[in-house]
Design a protein around this ligand. Structure first.
Ligand code: HEC
Length: 187
């Protein structure tokens, strides 16, 4: 009887130690918010639209020297050509200016530059913008093709991680244009 209880105690002690070890491992493996945010931004393709594309050796690719800096300031754009339905939205080769029934939109500068990026934006307003589809969390509607409705399904923790990562990347000064409303019908 005595032996059994000692064995039980030993067994219990071993499993407690095992659980503690596992928890410590998980803690050690848990990414920081910045690492988690980098993973999310990379896997969710933010660079596809927010990093200007250039012509690389193997064809068009995001120009990572301008990572997430949005539609390039000063880029001369002719009016978008007319498209025949069922063809729809058009993008520039940079993938940063988009034309469709919503007018013309330009991808935002997501770098932490104070004046032209998200440097002055609060975490709360960033989360609100992605959740509600309102500019800076409270303004006009955020227009296509920004997939805010899908990204808005992220947890608060993940949205904050995305923000923490964006705050950590090199700031790039690049002022992005406001959207252009659609031309009135018949024009
Ligand atoms: C399919 C292209 C596309 C992808 C992918 C995309 N965006 Fe956007 N994003 C846009 C466009 C276009 C705008 C500008 C919309 C406007 O001016 O209304 C925008 C605007 C924004 C804004 C500004 C919102 C505001 O307050 O006006 C933020 C922040 C943003 N995107 C974050 C992200 C993040 C983070 C990701 C990746 C998780 C991402 N975007 C992926 C196209 C995209």
């Amino acid at each position: 009887m005595k032996g059994t209880s000692l064995a039980t105690i030993l067994l219990a002690a071993t499993s407690i130690a095992a659980v503690a070890c596992q928890q410590a491992e998980q803690r050690a493996a848990a990414p920081s918010p910045v690492e988690r945010g980098k993973y999310l931004v990379t896997a969710m393709g933010c660079n596809d639209c927010h990093t200007p594309w250039k012509l690389g050796e193997k064809g068009p690719e995001p120009d990572m020297t301008r990572m997430l800096s949005g539609h390039p300031e000063g880029m001369k754009l002719p009016p978008p050509p007319a498209v025949q339905p069922p063809w729809g939205p058009l993008a520039t080769l940079t993938m940063t200016a988009w034309s469709g029934p919503w007018g013309i939109t330009f991808t935002a500068n997501l770098t932490p530059d104070q004046e032209t990026g998200i440097g002055a934006l609060s975490e709360e307003n960033f989360v609100q913008a992605i959740r509600t589809g309102k500019h800076l969390g409270a303004g006009r509607d955020i227009l296509p093709p920004m997939p805010w409705a899908w990204y808005g399904k992220m947890t608060d923790e993940d949205l904050k991680a995305v923000f923490a990562y964006l705050k950590s990347i090199p700031p790039i000064k690049n002022k992005v244009l406001d959207p252009v409303p659609p031309a009135p019908a018949g024009k």
